[in-house]
Design a protein around this ligand. Structure first.
Ligand code: ZN
Length: 326
């Protein structure tokens, strides 16, 4: 037992170390963020087709329609094309800054820091992961390892499977891409549950492949339902992780563009249907802005907010979005 004097000395030290009674406060759960882009699913389709996994994620937080494409007729107007859409999310800026107007033959402007460079710079201890059916997301859009892009690296990389012809031999109508999406989502779920990376990007492509072939169709709706099953696999991994750990998981699911209003086969223009996307999230700290047509560029500052990353002024001043998370 401590004698009286030593006890009072200890008390003084505790007050010095933990002023304002901080010693008694519960430590905050560790924030984790996972965003998922499922390719080319218009809001009207995601709302019409049964998607129990998206519903479950939204039941934990919220669902809202959102927009992509930037301000029409102004410098930030951005084609409703895949890579420009992903760049809007990962850099929080429109194409007049990130400089990606198409999918191939591009020169991203790496001066606009993507989320992973931001996280690696501001919180170097964070574990960064990518699970992707398109390798260019990491090697070109994010510029992983490139001198001009800050030379940062992921801790976990699951991509390149779409080029692995031994495991995934090319099939008619690119049906093997569905199997790549299956493998990518299974691996994402496994790694999330076992390692719990702090910031992860999952990218799944097959819905866009089907829509380019069939347009608005039963085939497309089936592909959306199968995509939702993959989201269910990932969501189960997140839930298992969260039940076992003191962690606060933010899951955001979105799409990169809608589709043309006539056939649903194409995209790239500024019609309402091509511009109208959607966001489902598990966040319980949504502001009213989330329900007032947020933009894809709002996701970047929202994730930074959840992770407790202070965005330095030299990055923040270029952002075209604002956080919808308190
Ligand atoms: Zn796309």
């Amino acid at each position: 037992m401590l004698n009286c004097r030593r006890r009072s000395t200890l008390l003084i030290w505790l007050v010095l170390i933990f002023p304002y009674g901080g010693a008694l406060a519960e430590p905050a759960p560790t924030p984790k963020a996972l965003f998922i882009i499922v390719d080319g699913i218009p809001a009207d389709v995601i709302e019409r087709v049964p998607t129990p996994a998206i519903d479950a994620i939204a039941a934990a937080g919220g669902y809202s329609r959102a927009t992509v494409g930037g301000p029409i007729g102004k410098p930030g107007e951005t084609p409703t094309i895949s890579a420009p859409g992903y760049m809007g999310l990962v850099t929080g800026t429109w194409a007049n800054k990130h400089n990606v107007y198409k999918n191939y033959g591009i020169s991203p402007d790496y001066r606009y820091w993507n989320l992973f460079r931001l996280a690696r710079t501001e919180k170097p201890e964070l574990q960064l992961a990518i699970f992707s059916t398109w390798t260019d997301n990491r090697t070109i859009l994010l510029g992983e390892g490139r001198a001009g892009a800050g030379k940062w690296r992921f801790d976990v990389v699951v991509d390149g499977l779409e080029n692995d012809e031994t495991r995934f031999p090319p099939q008619p109508l690119d049906a093997h891409i569905a199997e790549v999406d299956d493998a990518v989502s299974r691996e994402a779920a496994r790694v999330v549950e076992s390692q719990g990376p702090d910031l992860s990007w999952v990218y799944l492509q097959y819905t866009d492949v089907v829509a380019h072939k069939y347009g608005d169709s039963v085939e497309f709706e089936r592909a959306v339902m199968r995509m939702d099953e993959r989201l269910g696999t990932i969501w189960s991994g997140v839930q298992a992780r969260q039940e076992a750990r003191d962690e606060d998981w933010l899951v955001i699911v979105t799409t990169d563009h809608g589709r043309d209003p006539i056939t649903g086969r194409t995209h790239g223009s500024q019609s309402n249907r091509e511009r109208t996307i959607w966001i489902a999230t598990s966040s319980q700290r949504l502001t009213p802005d989330f329900y007032a047509m947020p933009e894809i560029v709002d996701i970047y500052p929202s994730i930074a907010m959840h992770l407790g990353i202070t965005i330095p002024e030299k990055v923040a001043r270029h952002l075209d979005g604002a956080s919808f998370i308190q």
